[in-house]
Design a protein around this ligand. Sequence first.
Ligand SMILES: [Ca+2]
Ligand SMILES: [Ca+2]
Ligand SMILES: [Ca+2]
Ligand SMILES: [Ca+2]
Length: 243
Amino acid sequence: MNNITNFEKEQLKEMFTNRSRVGQGARTRSLLVLIVVTLILLCLPIIPAMAATTLSTGDIVIVGINSDGDDEFSFLLLKDITAGTSIYVTDKGWNDDGTGFYSDLGDGIWQWSTASDLSAGTIVHIKTTNNGIIEPGSLAAEPGLVEWIEGSGNAVISYTGDQIFLYQGTEADPTIITGIHYNVEDATNNDNWDGSSDSNKTSALPNQLSNGVNAIWVYDQAGATEKIILDIIVPLPRELHLN
Ligand SMILES: [Ca+2]
Ligand SMILES: [Ca+2]
Ligand SMILES: [Ca+2]
Ligand SMILES: [Ca+2]
């Protein structure tokens, strides 16, 4: 009774062989999945992240500034930029003697950034929302985001004289992309603006920039008024004389 027939032996042998084949197929599939996952994981670190755009002098032009009320200004991109690009904005004056940006009450640094790609031709509008007082939470940008970085207290874009510079890099070692300057100093000229900065109103023309090419100087030639209220649109980078 305990003896199995040859036929049964053959059936058992075939069942064992089939199970073995099934097990081998499953192991092969598991191995393939493991290899694919490993390759994906190995490749992840070498997939380049979307790099922020490094800008050069002249890649942006300031096309509007209003120093009265809710201070605001606009700049025009002359180059495509990618998501993650950020640009520092400051109303500090500049010295060419190696000391760079001059820090004073009423001037500061803020930072604009974009989370999406933007094409050349895009105009970025930055404005204060606190009657011209620039401090944390008082800035808005469209498109993009803007945040306060640092300053002595708060800052204002003064209607009696100020600057706006856009730069990348660091405050100590900036790549200055563009700038605009205005005040009523008698000695200001095309070549080097005020020659130096020793207040929140004054600035030299940074050696990286050229007036009328990638920097704008707006001035009241008569110097008759202590108040320059600007609300201008500048279609091209050029020197403006308000007479
Ligand atoms: Ca103002
Ligand atoms: Ca200022
Ligand atoms: Ca200033
Ligand atoms: Ca200079």
